[in-house]
Each structure stands twice: as C-alpha cells, then as structure tokens.
Design a protein. Structure first.
Length: 184
C-alpha cells in the first residue's frame, strides 16, 4: 500500500519528502541499503555479503505496493533515498494477523535530526489504521540512538537474543527484542 506523501524539514532547513517507495525506486533503496550496511555494524548484512539483489528488491516493492497492510515509509532528499522504514505482516496465519515487524535504516548524515522519530510516528499511526495491534523489532544492544528513538515512540524491551550477531572482529552483539502494543 502507499502512504500519504508528507514533508519533513531538517533543522538546517532542507526539506525531505516522505512517501512510499515503489518498484521504480528499487535502485535507490539498493544504494541506501548498501551504504548503510557499510556505515555501521547495526544492519544484519555486511558489504562483504555482496550487493543487494535489485530485481528481488523490485519484486518486494511491487508486492508491498499491492498489499493492503504492508507499507514503506521512505525519506527522499531530491532524488536520493536517505531513509527507509518497512512494516510487514509477520505471517499470513490467523494467529499472527495482529502482528507486524518493523525494520528501519537511515543514512548517518541524517540521524539525530528528528527524522527517525517522524518516520516512526507516521509508521505506527499507519500500522494501527491497517489493523495491526502490535509492532515488533530487533535492535543491536549497542545501538543506543535507535533504542532511544524506539523507546520514545512507545516500544518496550521484552527480551534479548544473546550473541545474535557475530561481528567481523570476532566479537558478539546481543539483539534486544522490542514491541509496541498499539492501544486503541
């Protein structure tokens, strides 16, 4: 599904367009994911895992566009994608229909400016309108900025997957599991 287009102004006055990414944006989403994977260790993929599959990404974006419940919240600065947030149904089984999973990435140059909070607020409101009762996510235990944003937006930590991620230097990082129960 497509969300309603909105504007977001950064503290320095630059204006971003917040809208749904479509299949035509697959190359831009691919570039964002490859850049953010190289900027920090906070994503599941490393640059060494290889490039993202552009055709697969295009297919996923087509499916999201046709979906009645899944959606993307994407931040554009001009023609460049600088942030993305996806909300997806966990499983299409009756017992799971109330749950969605959220994933988010923003270029480091655009963090700490309110963009993540804005995108998250928009996404949670849309998730609720789409019939989701709770939104879940996993975050690296050392990603203090993201954890702060998630808590500020109503997420609660309810579990931890120890040593969920093995970093390139051989150390491990726990995954914090969070949920936001979307009250009526």
């Amino acid at each position: 599904m497509k969300i309603e287009e909105q504007k977001f102004t950064l503290p320095d006055g630059r204006e971003l367009i917040i809208k749904s990414a479509g299949p035509e944006d697959a190359t831009k989403i691919k570039a964002l994911r490859e850049t953010t994977a190289a900027e920090t260790h906070f994503l599941a993929r490393e640059p060494e895992d290889g490039p993202f599959n552009g055709e697969r990404l295009k297919s996923v974006l087509e499916d999201i566009e046709k979906s009645e419940r899944d959606f993307m919240v994407t931040a554009f600065y001009g023609d460049e994608v600088v942030g993305e947030l996806g909300v997806m149904l966990i499983k299409p089984h009756i017992k799971y229909l109330h749950r969605a999973y959220l994933g988010m990435s923003i270029l480091q140059d655009y963090t700490r400016m309110g963009l993540g909070s804005f995108m998250m607020k928009l996404a949670l409101e849309q998730a609720k309108r789409n019939g989701f009762e709770q939104v879940e996510l996993g975050v690296y235990s050392d990603n203090d900025i993201a954890r702060h944003v998630y808590k500020k937006c109503g997420f609660k930590e309810y579990g931890m997957n120890p040593r969920a991620f093995k970093l390139k230097d051989g150390t491990y990082c726990d995954e914090i599991i969070m949920v936001n129960i979307l009250d009526s």
